[in-house]
Design a protein around this ligand. Structure first.
Ligand code: TYM
Length: 332
């Protein structure tokens, strides 16, 4: 079987609909066909300040959410990044293969650091994409299911894999981004030209999968649309309406053109209430399963320990090869 690998940061209490539709839903689907590795990148989380207690809680919450949406720990390897020290170890080696300018061209870094100012920007944030490359390359996956915003990081990962392979010896698989067009970028409800994000300007722009559906419905009702009346899919001209159509279509499985046909003669109110219903229907079983997993943190930790052990076996083998190929003297 080919492999897939992906991760989601434990930097919020709940995943949002962008995380789910853009990435995590694909993780669930890919479990059958692939040998899957899914992890919670807590090392990445601390590239910006985190409260320790909160980080620990959110790491468990992330695991419980992944299980609740259908990640099956008997088929997939589910683990926490810091439980597998090889990630940080390989990242060091890759840091030494990455150009300073190359890292400086990463747009996520440029955006975040511009917002924070250089005195508040950690070196960890600068080297974040290199750690991400290490996460991926350790497991030699063929595909990496992510949202559109991760495309550039995947390109860097591919470049680093090729660079290592040609400088030393073929060691890494050059992975491909698995990005599903149409749902790879879910937009902020209040600012439908910006991506929905955990740290977005206003919580009103986000739909969180663990939120009470009444809260989500309210946010959808207040979503920014436009002053026209017609419901059509046109991302450039009608980003807000198009975003709601994408969300509803993705959650219900009804193609966008079918939805659009059904809205002839109806208004934005109908679009919004149907979208809110679709969200409510999706989140109900997820929230129940999440609550159930959260009642037993020991069981969660046990699942993560099993995952870490499986992950380490593979990661340690790759790292040993890398250390050998770069010329480190093995300890005896
Ligand atoms: P993170 O935690 O920001 O997001 C997790 C996944 O959700 C996707 N995503 C979106 N997709 C569509 N629309 C949106 N509005 C939206 N917002 C987020 C992201 O693309 C991502 O797939 N750098 C990664 C974490 C990471 C990782 C890795 C991923 C660390 N190491 C190795 C893959 C492989 C990140 O910040 O994800």
């Amino acid at each position: 079987k080919d492999r897939v690998l992906s991760g989601i940061q434990p930097t919020a209490d709940s995943f949002h609909l962008g995380n789910y539709l853009g990435a995590v839903r694909q993780w669930v689907d890919l479990q059958d066909e692939y040998e899957a590795f899914y992890f919670i990148p807590d090392l990445h989380a601390i590239t910006v300040p985190q409260d320790p207690k909160e980080l620990r809680a959110r790491t468990r919450r992330a695991a419980a959410q992944l299980l609740a949406v259908g990640i099956d720990p008997t088929r997939s390897t589910l683990f926490v990044q810091s439980h597998v020290p090889e990630h940080a170890q390989l990242a060091w080696v890759l840091n030494c293969l990455t150009g300073f300018g190359e890292a400086g061209r990463m747009t996520q870094f440029k955006d975040k650091s511009a917002r924070q100012g250089s005195d508040h920007t950690s070196v960890g944030l600068f080297t974040y994409p290199v750690l991400q490359a290490a996460d991926i390359l350790l497991y030699r996956p063929q595909r990496v299911p992510v949202g559109e915003d991760q495309r550039q990081h995947l390109e860097l990962t591919r470049d680093l894999a090729q660079r290592f392979n040609s400088r030393y010896k073929k060691t890494f698989v050059v992975p491909e981004a698995h990005i599903v067009t149409g749902i790879a970028k879910i937009y902020d409800l209040q600012e439908p030209t910006a991506k929905m994000s955990k740290s977005g300007a206003t919580p009103a722009g986000r739909i969180e999968i663990l939120d009470d559906p009444a809260v989500s419905a309210k946010r959808i009702r207040s979503a920014v649309t436009d002053t026209e009346r017609d419901i059509v899919y046109d991302v450039a001209r009608k980003p807000g309406v198009s975003n709601l159509l994408v969300i509803q279509s993705a959650l219900t499985g009804t193609p966008i053109p079918t939805l659009v046909d059904g809205y002839v003669g109806k208004g934005y109110g109908d679009l919004k209430s149907d979208t809110a219903d679709a969200v409510a229907e999706f989140v109900a079983p997820v929230r129940r399963a999440f609550d159930e997993y959260m009642t037993d943190p020991d069981e969660l930790d046990r699942i993560l320990a099993v995952g870490a052990e499986r992950a380490r076996e593979i990661a340690a083998r790759t790292l040993a090869q890398v250390y050998d190929r770069v010329g480190f003297l093995p300890p005896r």
